[in-house]
Design a protein around this ligand. Structure first.
Ligand code: FAD
Length: 511
């Protein structure tokens, strides 16, 4: 008993000495921004709501110098880690740092904004902590070419993953649409990098899950904006027809296809969250269930497309382009929905969904989401085994599925996509759970996700997790496959003590 108490006192002494050391290290920081040890709760939460790890402190930096100072202080400490937090929209605690320093990148959101013209091309220099919706607002008459569906995400957060939406078939993900970054490395160095300058850091950081540095500025490619968008949804009963048409559209050259191509699976029922009523684009439109082909099964497929146009374009010319493209598709007659909306309204379309979900409590409830990239070779089997069987009652939210083109993804980045073929599909199971409900409990949904991943492995599908989450380095090695050696080498070069983004659970902090 005495030995136990002695050990207890000794351990507590050691812990409190370490605590004092850490406080001293943090207090020695000469930040222009602020450090908060008390109200740290926000950094222990994310959109997923599945994990919670308390940091030692939140730093609200004034700029890259503050971030570099915090990283250098962590390097001097025995065990501190540092996580950049974008808007905390991760699912599995990726932006958390247990007992470490969380850098609130939103504090730097306004730090950079400049339109740059080079060789006749337009770019915007924006802060890594800026939200994409703020980038959109500031780029009057110009806009980034590649988006995410939801714009309340930060530039640095999506570039550290990929950033995918219905424009990616043409321009690639957001990580293929930047030409220069400013990065604070895990050694506290502030470096500018691009294809030609510090290129290992540039390509490593894109899709690099925050492992090599904290992105403080990005130079984003721009295009001039259309005024309007014709936004269209058409419905299919057969997966084969749906994929045939979606692939036909994404393979057509620029100028002779739609400007946006996505798709989703929904339940062939009147279920208010998963069924027919999720398809019409406007409250005045009605889904006529008698138009569903009699051969339809448990689930149906919706192709969602959009065409850009200017106010000065004749309506009949827009109709002609739309009708000639739709005329080639095999969707169910009478299950076509369309609206004309302003371009900005189209890009901000998920704002309304967010407001609704906030009002009914599902925005703040857990979100056990699963995102994957699956090769074209295996997508029909995935449909048969997963959409048509395991998920035939839906997931309580959108089930996205649409094709992407390998040639638009830069293989030099850290992003992982399936090994084979030009076409692969993104599959996103965006589960919303009702607040205060125990049934189905979140654990069941997480284990259903695991079951789907296991099934893909067992069947030998060619797939990768997007926004990946693994707990062991062995799993990460498998995920990165033949890119692991480069990933590991980049870590040794740019963050040798494994200070950065500990929430990804790829590397352990070196004492
Ligand atoms: P966080 O979740 O805060 O951070 C993500 C990771 O990046 C963490 O490891 C963090 O440490 C690191 N990080 C954050 N900032 C930086 C930085 N400046 N430099 C280096 N590392 C950094 N993804 C898509 O591709 N397409 C979509 O359409 C899409 N829609 C979404 C809709 C919703 C409602 C949600 C919740 C997520 C969506 N996502 C989508 C996923 C999104 O891309 C990721 O959640 C991503 O992590 C961005 O979120 P964030 O900016 O909040 O970053």
């Amino acid at each position: 008993m005495i030995a136990y108490i002695e050990r207890f006192i000794h351990e507590n002494d050691t812990e409190s000495r370490q605590g004092d050391d850490l406080s001293n290290i943090c207090q020695s920081l000469d930040l222009q921004g602020t450090i908060d040890y008390v109200a740290t709760g926000i950094a222990a939460k994310d959109f997923g709501g599945l994990y919670s790890f308390n940091p030692l402190a939140i730093i609200r930096p004034a700029g890259a110098d503050d971030i570099a100072m915090a990283v250098k202080a962590a390097c001097r400490s025995p065990n501190l880690t540092v996580a950049a937090r974008g808007n905390g929209h991760s699912i599995n605690g990726q932006a958390m740092a247990e007992g470490g320093l969380v850098i609130d990148m939103r504090a730097t959101g306004e730090n950079h904004f400049k339109i740059v013209t080079m060789n006749g091309e337009m770019f915007a220099d924006v802060s890594g902590g800026a939200l994409w919706e703020d980038v959109l607002k500031r780029c009057v008459n110009l806009a980034p070419r590649s988006w995410t569906d939801y714009l309340g995400l930060t530039v640095g957060g999506t570039l550290s993953n990929a950033g995918v939406s219905g424009q990616a078939f043409r321009y690639g993900p957001q990580s293929s649409n930047v030409t220069e970054l400013d990065v604070v490395t895990g050694k506290g160095d502030i470096l500018t990098c691009s294809e030609t300058e510090n290129s290992e850091l540039f390509f490593g950081a894109l899709g690099g899950l925050g492992q090599f540095g904290i992105i403080t500025r990005a130079r984003v490619k721009l295009q001039s904006t259309p005024d309007m968008v014709r936004w269209i949804r058409v419905v299919y009963s057969e997966f084969e027809d749906f994929t045939h048409d979606a692939e036909w559209l994404v393979n057509r050259p620029d100028g002779v296809s739609f400007d946006y191509v996505e798709g989703f699976v929904f339940v062939n029922s009147d279920d208010p969250v998963n069924g027919w009523c999720t398809v019409p684009l406007d409250p005045s439109q009605r889904f006529d269930q008698t138009a569903i082909p009699p051969t339809a099964g448990y689930v149906l497929y919706c192709l969602e497309v959009a065409l850009h146009y200017q106010n000065s374009d004749h309506r009949s010319a827009v109709d002609m382009v739309v009708n000639s493209l739709l005329g080639r598709l095999r969707f169910a007659k009478d299950l076509k929905f369309q609206v004309d909306v302003a371009y900005v309204e189209f890009l901000l379309r998920l704002k309304r969904v967010e407001e609704h979900a906030r009002a009914n409590g599902t925005w703040d409830s857990p979100h056990p989401w699963l995102n994957m990239f699956i090769s074209k070779r295996d997508i029909a089997d995935f449909d048969r085994m997963v959409f048509k069987k395991l998920l035939k009652e839906g997931v309580g939210g959108p089930m996205l599925v649409y094709p992407l083109l390998r040639s638009k993804w830069d293989d030099r980045t850290s992003v992982m996509i399936p090994a084979e073929g030009e076409i692969f599909y993104i599959v996103a199971l965006l589960r919303f759970t009702p607040p205060y409900s125990k049934d189905p409990c979140v654990e069941k949904l997480v284990s259903q996700n695991q079951e789907i991943v296991q099934l893909c492995m067992k069947e030998g599908f060619d797939f990768k997790l997007y926004l990946p989450h693994y707990k062991s380095q062995e799993d990460w090695k498998r995920h990165f496959g033949n890119k692991w050696l480069r990933f590991d080498k980049n870590k040794a070069n740019f963050d040798p003590m494994a200070i950065l983004a500990p929430g990804q659970k790829i590397f352990k902090r070196i004492n």
